[in-house]
Design a protein around this ligand. Structure first.
Ligand code: X90
Length: 275
């Protein structure tokens, strides 16, 4: 059987994956003064500090076709997952790379998945791929199982400034929802865009609202991954609340890498879970 490589972009918050062939294509965080490549060498703390002080415009850029081809390397079988195509060009670039790759090497196969999400929801799908590869499943079996692997993403953001400034939500919509500079809880919509749910006040109410919406949006007591942007304490507190609310969950907490930190902003939490 052909070995299978997992390829993602840096929105998955993973720089390495044990026991399987893995590579990722980094996104970039761009300012007039400095550009940050979201790879394993990025010092996220230093980037966040710089952005906090920086008064100019900042934006992001998705991997281009060559970045994806570099991540594909020379693998025979590739399963590739991207940040939501609803907010980024990453998925389109990966699809173009797949076409070129398969034309150039007719015996090779690339399956590209639009996660319609970001951060820990992508990580869950990658962990599922990894488990299946290690258990010896075939490329086709893994692709089939993944297509019906159901997960959700909730996010608690301190501000939507970087989304609004980059046209990922319209300024008018953000202003109408009253979320500029205000904490908002939302979910990744079925189209892979931001769906705002509530504007909770204070940390206790915010964390309670997350648990409440996990119930509403079908948390099944399986795996939960919490990614935080400089909010480790809140993330750990939330993990305890989730363990208390759902029997049989396994909850893990990790820090966002560059791209997710840029959009989540300090204080932000992303919660991916199985449904
Ligand atoms: O430049 C680019 O192509 C990247 C644009 C990325 C925009 C989305 C980043 C999301 C980061 C923040 C909260 C969760 C959002 C839910 C997505 C549906 C994570």
């Amino acid at each position: 059987m052909q070995p299978i490589k997992i390829v993602a972009d840096s929105a998955a918050d993973l720089t390495a994956l044990e026991g399987v062939d893995f590579a990722f294509a980094p996104l970039k965080i761009v300012t007039a003064e400095r550009e940050f490549i979201d790879n394993e060498a990025l010092n996220v703390q230093e980037m966040t500090d710089f952005l906090y002080r920086y008064k100019g415009r900042s934006s992001t850029a998705c991997p281009n076709v060559d970045d994806w081809l570099a991540a594909f390397g020379d693998a025979e079988r590739i399963i590739c997952i991207t940040i939501t195509g609803g907010l980024s060009g990453s998925f389109n670039a990966a699809c173009t790379a797949k076409q070129l790759y398969e034309d150039r090497y007719p015996a090779r196969r690339v399956h590209v998945i639009d996660s319609l999400s970001a951060g820990p929801e992508i990580t869950l799908h990658i962990e599922k791929m990894r488990e299946m590869i290690l258990a010896g499943h075939s490329f086709d079996e893994i692709v089939t199982v993944l297509s019906s692997y159901k997960t959700e993403l909730l996010f608690l953001l301190e501000s939507l400034h970087n989304f609004a400034n980059n046209g990922r939500v319209s300024k008018a919509a953000a202003a109408a929802a009253g979320v500029l500079g205000i904490r908002a809880l939302g979910r990744a919509s079925d189209e892979g865009t931001l769906e705002l749910l509530v504007k909770p006040r204070g940390e206790a109410k915010s964390l309670a609202a997350i648990v409440q919406n996990m119930k509403k949006y079908a948390c099944c007591g399986g795996k939960v991954l919490i990614a935080h942007c400089y909010a480790e304490e809140a993330a750990n507190r939330l993990a305890e609340m989730i363990r208390a609310a759902f029997s049989s969950v396994t909850v893990r907490v990790h820090a966002c890498r560059g791209l997710c930190s840029f959009y989540a902003e300090p204080g932000g939490l992303l919660i991916g879970y199985e449904v």
